[in-house]
Design a protein around this ligand. Structure first.
Ligand SMILES: C[S@@+](CC[C@H](N)C(=O)[O-])C[C@H]1O[C@@H](n2cnc3c(N)ncnc32)[C@H](O)[C@@H]1O
Length: 295
């Protein structure tokens, strides 16, 4: 069969193809990502790409591919197509300044009585790695100051395998490095042709792994965290799946822990468990005591 035999996944007019709706629901159940009617065109295009690759002519057959394989290989491949990885180094400077100047000192104070001098930071939905590398550089800047004698561990997770491969290769072009100032550029990167390679000390504190935020089993194992960054990830989730993830974050954080989200995101209407904190030019959330009713 030639690729020309593959039908366009979605007609421009009329009600959505029921097979596409089944795929939409499968993606939602698997990864929490919801495609409303006005985003079905996008989903259809992504399915179309995979169908072309597999030479699968109809959505009905493609749905069978997605569900047939016990190890869910094709579903993983479709999720790699669907997930949007827009990111860059130093994406939200006021938030990062607040982390370094306000949150880290408070954390060190809260943990000063503990024998283990360790901070654990999680970049949940790290895409191609710019966010965890930014966090690592900030922590290295403090390594001879506030964080002397402290170990910093950065966990960086994402659903998208291709993004994680890119993150591990740590090679970046001009678009994602556009906010890097000369200090960071010179101190932590090596120029390779037109690209910048992250240097080893920035890597060393980071462990990258694939983690689906909708995987309750895996999420329950993420424990003992001081700070979670989950920025510009839950914007693709509906309220139900967002609440589930936030509930996990609450349990994943230590009692003094902080949660940071994207510039346009908030927990309003999602969770009352966290306390909103206003920082210069940014907001964050601190884990509060749960009410006795235990919402
Ligand atoms: C727009 S990027 C955000 C990257 C970075 N946090 C930032 O703010 O620059 C969103 C990332 O969320 C990831 N993502 C989407 N759904 C996910 C899920 N269910 N589990 C884990 N990661 C997910 C995507 O793969 C993508 O890399």
């Amino acid at each position: 069969m030639t690729t020309a035999a593959v039908q366009p996944a979605l007609a421009l007019e009329g009600p959505p193809d029921p097979e596409l709706v089944r795929i939409r629901d499968l993606v939602y159940r698997e990864a929490g990502i919801f495609h409303p009617e006005n985003k079905l065109r996008l989903l259809s295009d992504r399915c179309g790409r995979r169908m072309k690759e597999l030479k699968t002519p109809t959505l009905r057959e493609y749905f069978k591919c997605l569900t047939a394989n016990a190890v869910r290989g094709e579903l993983v491949a479709l999720l790699n197509e669907i997930t949007i990885g827009e990111t860059c180094f130093f994406r939200n400077q006021p938030q990062l300044d607040a982390l370094r100047q306000i949150v880290i000192p408070k954390l060190l104070q809260a943990k000063s009585h503990l024998p283990l001098r360790r901070l654990r930071i999680w970049s949940a939905g790290c895409s191609t790695g710019e966010e965890p590398y930014t966090l690592s550089m900030l922590m290295l800047e403090e390594a001879h100051g506030r964080l002397r004698d402290w170990t910093v561990e950065i966990l960086a997770t994402d659903l998208n395998e291709r993004s994680l491969e890119h993150a591990k290769n740590a090679l970046y072009g001009t678009y994602s490095t556009r906010n890097l100032n000369p200090h960071y550029r010179q101190k932590y990167f090596t120029q390779i042709a037109e690209q910048l390679q992250v240097q080893a000390p920035v890597h060393n504190s980071i462990s990258f792994s694939r983690l689906n935020l909708s995987d309750d089993g895996r999420m329950a194992f993420m424990k003992g965290l001081d700070v979670i960054f989950c920025c510009n990830v839950l914007i693709y989730f509906d309220l139900t799946s967002k609440r589930r993830v936030i509930q996990h974050f609450y349990n994943n954080l230590l009692p003094h822990g902080y949660l940071f989200m994207g510039h346009s995101e908030s927990l309003y209407g999602v969770s009352d468990d966290f306390r909103l904190i206003h920082l210069p030019g940014a907001t964050g959330y601190i884990k509060g005591e749960r009410s006795p009713a235990g919402k």
